[in-house]
Write a protein that binds this ligand. Structure first.
Ligand code: HEM
Length: 398
């Protein structure tokens, strides 16, 4: 295998499937050396069992400032934060920081938010119906849901909502220049710094206020730490959930039999969401790590200081783990997918994402039963070259 790793590698006949070149790797050389754009090389792990083993093993570090950590694209270097928070730190610091926000992301907390999420979703569908006859489901539905929800949790005032959404939209847009992205990113940090400043003066009971009152004042976090955590929580759950909503709906539209079954029996909804997560695996870059000691993975010795990419798309389509892995089956019993990762860094927002997806997709299917694509499928623009997979626009009518 001499090609340079490219998560946007050519797709096969079905755009939802992982690049055939990496599917082949899983069958022929599942723990293999592969080159990176900067001339370095890393191990690429493509089987479900091996990915799980690496992510469960704390001998692998998530700290991207460590030597040997694989930087997947030139822009990954720019994303190496000066003040990383828990997604990029190892135990024991990881547990200390994640523990400070855990309680706000439990299943219980997500279920408590369900009525608010339902209100947001209903409001967006009212607006879509009033707008007619077609809309872009990404911009008018999928993006505002996670954005409004995280605003509620963090305590971002509604009147600042548009500004904050504009910053995050620019940051995740490929149409924006590097300068525009940097500007939007700085604007977002400034915005959060001012917001947290205001909460320090007049706490409002939300997560950011509590981080300041309970953690910063106790000397457990600096103000910069609070801002970094706010940024992580805003960034991590935004594009991912928005793409899962829109790409998930598109996947269902491409599987009309399963969509019909779901419409007739809403009790299939939670299983359908799990299957859509597995099937689409929107974090399609995989998750990188670096070994801190020598470890054997799938019969290969990975040495301390060597980078590893846990490639989620092929792991979630591994025939050794899933029956008929390339088929979408909303009644599938095996829920062991790793679309949310695995191990200590496994997605903290997964209960929330599950509730958002269930409410968004369930309500859309119920309220707009005639929902269909407003353009030919072949005209859709897939985001294969973005960190989070999906489509740029999803024009629909009903
Ligand atoms: C469908 C939507 C989502 C998907 C597919 C997703 C996927 C993932 C994955 C694969 C990881 C593991 C990263 C790694 O191991 O390096 C992760 C971590 C994380 N996710 Fe999500 N995520 C989603 C929604 C959310 C939401 C709604 C939030 C809420 C704020 C969130 C916050 C986070 C955070 C903070 C981490 C880092 C956890 C840690 O390092 O301990 N995510 N996510």
């Amino acid at each position: 295998m001499t090609d340079v790793f490219n998560f946007a590698a050519e797709r096969g006949a079905c755009p939802f499937d992982p690049p055939p070149v990496y599917e082949r790797l899983r069958e022929e050389d599942p723990v293999s050396r592969i080159d990176l754009w900067d001339g370095s090389s890393m191990w690429m792990v493509t089987r479900h069992a091996d990915v799980r083993a690496v992510l469960a093993d704390n001998s692998f570090s998530a700290d991207n400032s460590k030597a040997g950590f694989p930087l997947l694209t030139p822009s990954s270097e720019a994303l190496t934060e000066d003040n990383p928070t828990f997604v990029r730190v190892d135990p024991p610091e990881h547990g200390r920081l994640r523990g400070m926000v855990n309680a706000d992301f439990t299943m219980k907390a997500a279920i408590a938010l369900r009525p608010r999420i339902q209100e947001i979703v209903d409001g967006l569908i009212d607006a879509i119906e009033a707008h007619g006859p077609s809309v872009d489901l990404v911009a008018e539905f999928a993006v505002p849901i996670p954005s409004e929800v995280i605003c509620i949790i963090l305590g971002v005032p509604y009147e600042d909502h548009d500004y904050f959404q504009k910053c995050t939209a620019t940051m995740t847009s490929v149409a924006a220049s590097e300068e525009e992205v940097n500007e939007a990113s700085e604007a977002l940090t400034r915005f959060l710094t001012e917001l947290i400043e205001a909460k320090a003066v007049l706490p409002t009971g939300d997560l950011l206020s509590r981080l300041v009152v309970e953690r910063e004042r106790a000397g457990e976090l600096t103000r910069t730490d609070v801002v970094s955590m706010a940024r992580l929580l805003l960034d991590a759950g935004h594009d991912t959930t928005a793409m899962m909503i829109s790409y998930g709906m598109l996947t269902l539209l491409r599987h009309p039999g399963q969509l019909q079954a779901l419409r007739e029996d809403p009790s299939l909804l939670s299983g359908a969401v799990e299957e859509l997560l597995r099937y689409t695996t929107v974090i399609h870059t995989g998750v990188p790590r670096v070994a801190t000691k020598d470890v054997e993975v799938g019969g290969n010795l990975i040495r301390a200081g060597e980078g590893v990419l846990c490639y989620l798309p092929t792991a979630n389509r591994d025939g050794d783990r899933f029956d008929e892995p390339d088929a979408l089956d909303i009644r599938r019993k095996d829920r062991g997918h790793m679309a949310f990762g695995f191990g200590i860094h496994q997605c903290i927002g997964q209960p929330l994402a599950r509730v958002e997806l269930q409410v968004a997709l369930g309500t859309l299917i119920r309220r707009l039963p005639g929902l269909r694509l407003a353009v030919p499928f072949e005209d859709l623009r897939f985001r294969h070259e973005m960190f989070v997979e999906g489509v740029y626009e999803l024009p629909v009518t009903w």
